[in-house]
Design a protein. Structure first.
Length: 272
């Protein structure tokens, strides 16, 4: 019960921080998620501390990731007239040059891991901020809806699995996850999607129910993917900045995978 209390308290603080930044303004949202991005990149590179062949330099990796995030934010918010997106590829290509001086045994692995981290962390965080800018709040913020569905799936998968869980979902990677918890999280996510579409955005139930059907499995896959990363390094959590939850990667694992799919659904829906 103590663990559940700490987890709930930390979760409430985290949710307040995320939702508060989204509500205040897209700029504050971008800054807050930029901080999360920097911490997440650092935690990801820290996974490889002590690795026998991979040697990821945290500072240049985090710095370039932050620069890429900033370029994407400035471009999507049209803060500067010059389209900074043309700098994305050159910045990444310049980063690769530092391997020339490292004398690493596996330079290709080092470069691949860092570039993967940008797709895995930077890109989804930028898309979440871009959604807030491209689809401004009318009577209900679309990004808040996204996170409500992700958190609903996470919370009720945990609770129903804790109460009814018997059948293992993917024991090799995540021994505690069960099919009962997964189904419970999925059903409650659809319910919340329906409530959002009927109470907060009347007439949009179709959009939010489909969004829930997309987000629930994506959230599970995102969680499993990060569990795979941690298990490969024999780690329980990626950090300890959030008591009861671990690190930023532990808290955003479902979101990293769900955000690109949700963004795609938003674009498709608005194109119909």
């Amino acid at each position: 019960m103590k663990t559940l209390f700490i987890r709930s308290l930390t979760g409430a603080f985290f949710a307040t921080l995320v939702i508060g930044s989204i509500i205040v303004s897209p700029l504050i949202h971008g800054i807050t998620f930029g901080i999360f991005t920097v911490i997440g990149l650092y935690e990801f590179y820290k996974l490889f501390d002590g690795h026998e062949s991979v040697q990821v330099n945290k500072f240049p990796g985090v710095l370039i990731g932050f620069i890429l995030y900033t370029i994407l934010i400035l471009t999507s918010h049209q803060i500067l007239k010059f389209n900074l997106s043309v700098l994305l590829a050159p910045v990444i290509m310049l980063f690769m040059l530092h391997e020339l001086w490292k004398k690493s045994k596996e330079p290709i692995q080092n470069i691949a891991i860092v570039i993967f981290s940008y797709f895995y962390i930077v890109f989804p965080m930028w898309l979440a901020v871009k959604l807030n800018y491209d689809f401004p709040n009318s009577n209900f913020n679309i990004v808040i809806g996204l996170f409500l569905l992700i958190w609903t799936n996470d919370t009720f998968a945990y609770l129903t699995g804790w109460i009814f869980g018997r059948t293992k979902l993917f024991e090799r990677i995540s021994p505690k996850k069960t099919w009962e918890g997964t189904i419970g999280g999925f059903l409650f996510t659809i319910l919340i999607g329906y409530l959002i579409g009927s109470l907060f955005q009347p007439g949009t139930s179709y959009f939010w129910i489909i969004a829930a059907i997309i987000i629930a499995p994506c959230a599970i896959f995102g969680d499993l993917l990060e569990s795979l990363f941690k298990r490969s390094r024999d780690l329980k959590d990626t950090g300890n900045i959030l008591p009861g939850h671990g690190g930023v990667l532990d808290r955003f694992d479902a979101a990293f995978y769900a955000i690109p799919f949700f963004y795609a659904w938003v674009i498709v829906f608005n194109s119909i």
